[in-house]
Every structure is written in C-alpha cells, then in structure tokens.
Design a protein around this ligand. Sequence first.
Ligand SMILES: [Zn+2]
Length: 429
Amino acid sequence: MTLLRNARLPGPDGGPFDIEIDGGRFGRILPAGQGIGPTFLDAAGALVSPPFVEPHVHLDTTLTAGEPRWNASGSLWEGIAVWSERKETLTRDDVIDRASEVLRWYAANGVLHVRSHVDVTDPGLVALDAMLEVRERVRDVIGLQLVAFPQEGIVSYENGAELLEEAARRGVDAVGAIPHFEDTREDGVRSLEIAFDVARRYGLRLDAHCDEIDDEQSRFVEVLATLARRGGLRERATASHTTAMGSYNGAYSYKLQRILARSGVNLVCNPMANLCLQGRFDAYPRRRGLTQVKEMLGAGVNVAFGHDDVMDPWFPLGTASPLQVALVGIAAAQLTGAAEIDEAFAMITSRAARVLGLGDGYGIEEGRPASFVVLPAASPYDAVRRQTRPSHVVSRGRLVAETPAAPTRLTWPGRDPEDVDFTRARDRA
Ligand SMILES: [Zn+2]
C-alpha cells in the first residue's frame, strides 16, 4: 500500500487529502497528513482529477491531413470525399501506426479512456481489423471503445447493413449511424432502426453521428432518442455532433429538450471540428453549427465535449488535448459563468465517462481503479485557463507519463528576472 499525498480534488470539499493506493485501486481517502505508509506521489496541493475521457475521435482517419489532397472547401462533404480517396490506400500497418501515435499523445495528455469511431463502409474492413488489434495492444494503459461507423451510410451504401453487422460480429463496443448523410429522410430513419436492431441483438451501445449538417430540417436526434427510450437502450445511446441544433427554432428546441431528457441519451459536441466544418455554405450572418450545449445541460441532458478529428480531412490541427477542446467549447458554447466553466471540465471528465458508461470503473473513490492525473493548477477553472499539462498521469496505480514544470524566465524593466507560469502574481505572493 502506498500513498498519493496532498491531493486537491475537484469540487467544493477539495481537501487536500492523502489517498491510499493498493493493488492498482484507491483505498481510503484521508485528510492530508493522516495517511501512513510509503509515498507513491506527493501532489503538493496540486489538483488531482480522474483521468480525462475522450468520448469521440476518429483514430482510423487521424494524421492524414493533406492525403491524398487537402480539403480545399473545408466542408464536411469534401472531407468525406477526400477520405474516400485516402481509404483506397489503407493498410493494416498504416492504421495501426497512426492510431497508436495519437493514443500515445492522448496518454501523455492524461486521457485514459477513448471512444473511437472506425469507418466500416469498406468491403475489406481494413481499418476495423487494425483498430481491434490496437484496442488489445493499449489495453494496459488506455480503455479503448470502438464504434462501427458507417461513414458513407447504412442504407445508401452497398451492403452497408451487412458491413455494420459484420463489424458487430468482429467485436466492436458500439454501433454507429449517419442518418443525415443517407439519401432520403426515410433512409435516415431506416438506418437508425437498423443500427438499434444490431445494437440490441449484439448487446452493444449505440453512438450515431446525428444531424451533423446546417439543415434545420435534419431532425434525426428525435428519432434516435425515441428509439433509445422505447427499446430500452436509453443512456447506452449517444447522439454525436448534433450540429443542426444550432439552426433549430426556439419552439422545436423546447420540444426536443423534453424528448432528450426523457430518453436519457447522451450528446457529444465536438466544438473544434464543427466550428470549422459548419456554416461553410452560409453568407453572413454565419451560423456556429453546434449542439445547444447550455440549453441541453439546463434541461438535464448529459453533454460531453469531444475532439472528433486530430489532423485529418475534417480538422487539420490538434494535439489530442481535451483541455484545448474544453477551452474552445467554452468560447463556442458561451459557457463563461463560473459554474459553467466547471461544467466544461466535467464534460471532458465525468460527463464523458457517462457517455462511455464507465460506471464505478471511473472516479476517485475507494475501491475504484487508481487512475488519475495531477494537474499543476488550483482548480478546474485554472487548469482550463492556463492549459496545464498534467505533471503526472497514473493508470491503475502505474505512472504512465510525467511532464516537468517549465516556467518561462522573463527579464522585465525594473524587476529582477522572474519565472512566469501565468498564475496571478497576487495569488502567488
Ligand atoms: Zn465524428
């Protein structure tokens, strides 16, 4: 048994605490100074948080920006066309190399749970088989969930339904869909019915790309929520992107809040990618094209923030950092109230964990896996504002990553040379 000492926890009673770690699990949580035993790590009053959770990324497409060509228009649709060309050259090693590299970035950033969509509109299912291998390889550090994602449709793509089912048979964790991309509204509804049917028969979760379009008439999220409620999948179902919400009128939005809250489904907003992808067909004023984050949280719906794309045809930037996603999400969804900033931190930790259904496999409580990050910050707000990399990342009691503190040395007229780390000088004194 060892001790994580002087850990400040998120929330009103932050401590500090001494936390026992035994056999890769948390033991008792005691007031600082009361823990007895060898020190595993002294957090020295820094913020200790459950690990970050990535609820939505595409690891099969990651690190392909510019291949075979750049997405010149920047639209979702050209992105799909560019990816379709790149897909023809996919190999097992290509997928494994790129996905593994970005998973190492995630681990270094303190992300220990990842849900990745994998394109299964490929007769060879090359990416899927590669990602199933990756899931096994990283198991000791990162819990990776895979979603069978029919990028080019279930009904509108040849053998789309068969490929989705084959992916379920090969062992994905969740079934996807893309109803707004299907050829007709009816095909979109049908595609969701097929996805729910596969999820039910294989006992899987469901996570659909849903209404990722600036069309106020794209209303598949109401279908998804209703199927989830009637079929009993409820909080095991997630609607991702849901950007058409940025165009819904007030009366419909209000109706939708009730449908979603009753269903228990989760929403995942991907602010970095969708701020870039949406509104591309608008003149000014130009829409933001995002989930109604503030309103849906207010209605009691679970909403999380995802990265979506790391350097691929849909979003050419990114370092797999959830704190970056939270910062962009706060600006994009106008979550600037003090409690809202804390909520944005929850959207990359506990709320994202709910999307993945991690249950008691997540969180700093006695008996749970001893997985956590140490953030050199006073609070979640401080961590988001200063974009603090975790000084330590620990997965089930094992140290995975360390980032030494590296302040900037500043020489300023009239002052002695000093370290600048963007904390407020007044707070430090
Ligand atoms: Zn996506």
